[in-house]
Design a protein around this ligand. Sequence first.
Ligand SMILES: NC(=O)c1ccc[n+]([C@@H]2O[C@H](COP(=O)([O-])OP(=O)(O)OC[C@H]3O[C@@H](n4cnc5c(N)ncnc54)[C@H](OP(=O)(O)O)[C@@H]3O)[C@@H](O)[C@H]2O)c1
Length: 276
Amino acid sequence: MSVLPTLNLIGAGRVGQTLGRLWHAQGVLQLQDVLTTSAASAQAAVDFIGAGRPATALTGLRPADYCFIAVPDRQLAASAAALAQTPGLPPATAFHASGALAAAELAPLQARGWRIASAHCILSFATPATAVQQFAGTPCALEGEAAALAPLQALFSAIGAQCFTVPAEDKLLYHAAAVFGTNFLPVLQATAEALWQHSGVPPALLPRLRATLLRNAVDNLLALGPAGALTGPAARGDAALVQRQGQAVAQWDEQAGAAYAALSALAGRLARDGQL
Ligand SMILES: NC(=O)c1ccc[n+]([C@@H]2O[C@H](COP(=O)([O-])OP(=O)(O)OC[C@H]3O[C@@H](n4cnc5c(N)ncnc54)[C@H](OP(=O)(O)O)[C@@H]3O)[C@@H](O)[C@H]2O)c1
């Protein structure tokens, strides 16, 4: 019987539980210690993963081949510093899952001889239960020390991820792409709905407007691509209307007016050049 590499999990929320369960269920890694902020949440994570031992402190963690630090981004540096100071843990491979932050966030571990990397899966991990079902085929951006990347690629590929590498200096822009592609969509929709309400569209019609326009926009985008699906005054090159409309929006809300102007400029470039 072959012995699986071992994994300690520091942070086991949506991402930690999802990947932990997939690695365990598919016989890729042996889940060892699972550390969160409380005994109850660590136990709940272990229950969901189906393996591992709950832990409540770094001291007492057993040595492992891999340490996945799946805490929120703002906790990463402190967690890495604390792990680097933990006695009894020989250097291994540590990685985090942030899209925006580079492996260098784990520098205190690297200074102690650990190999460091980051592995960002482009999936909205809404809940571990849904993410486990949706994970196969997810693109996964790897970045970090060369010695860590090859084994991590094997770990992620084994559970169905499609791995590629991103340079450390491009991680902020790489992650900004996802912000444009997904996070801003609800903001644009909220702005449109506020403007409709402001201009007297009956609230009862908003759900229908939302569904129809969004669905058509997505269908057109998928069929025609961004440049082909672009419509509106900036796409038509109607600079006078863009300016008057921008001023009207700015009077309603200064930030929305600035967003209208910036997006109209990008729309004009997209219409003219077919790309940004
Ligand atoms: N959510 C996504 O869609 C998504 C997608 C791609 C990448 N990511 C990245 O994945 C990483 C984790 O995000 P997440 O969404 O899984 O976060 P999450 O659901 O909020 O889970 C965070 C986990 O970290 C634990 N934790 C917090 N501080 C800790 C500490 N000091 N020591 C030990 N454990 C600690 C929490 O413990 P408790 O359980 O006790 O609260 C929880 O288990 C982040 O780097 C994020 O950028 C997230």
